[in-house]
Design a protein around this ligand. Structure first.
Ligand code: FES
Length: 161
């Protein structure tokens, strides 16, 4: 069994933002951004410096993984908020959340597949005709949905035409 000398310093249970940046591979600016967005929370030392529990590394890894698959910060925030006491996701949490994320990914993949099919029809054309281009805005039917290229913004023709 491992023992500690009587006068040895206690193991540090809190890490600085610099240590978190080094261990997570993220810039301190990214970590401060996560904090502003309510994704992570720091305690403050007596000198008002950020201190994080070591378990924050797993939480940051979760956020990075979720961002990597394209989930919005709102969805990531909601997923983390669903955990009791704002805890760091456990393996069981991750399994449950990943199942929810998978549905989201499947929907986005289906959307991209539809866009790819339309893009194939447009390759070599380039007209982006309001009347005939299915990729851009066939017949301008999307005009009532708002400005811009509605189908490229994620809307699907025919769903509410
Ligand atoms: S760019 Fe011409 S039909 Fe889409």
């Amino acid at each position: 069994m491992h023992s500690t000398a009587p006068n040895a310093p206690l193991p540090t249970t809190r890490i600085t933002i610099g240590e978190l940046a080094q261990r997570s591979g993220l810039a301190t600016s990214a970590l401060r951004f996560y904090e502003r967005e309510g994704l992570i929370r720091a305690e403050r030392s007596a000198g008002r410096q950020r201190r994080y529990p070591r378990t924050i590394l797993r939480r940051v890894a979760f956020i990075r993984a979720a961002q990597e698959v394209g989930l919005s910060l709102d969805k990531i925030r909601a997923a983390l908020a669903s955990l009791p006491d704002g805890r760091t996701p456990t393996k069981a949490d991750w399994d449950r959340l990943a199942r929810g994320f998978r549905r989201d990914l499947d929907e986005r993949l289906a959307h991209l597949t539809r866009l790819r099919a339309r893009l194939s029809a447009c390759i070599g054309c380039g007209c982006l005709s309001l009347q005939s281009c299915g990729l851009y805005n066939r017949g301008d039917r999307a005009a009532t949905r708002g400005p811009g290229a509605r189908y490229l913004l994620g809307e699907v023709p025919g769903e509410s035409d």
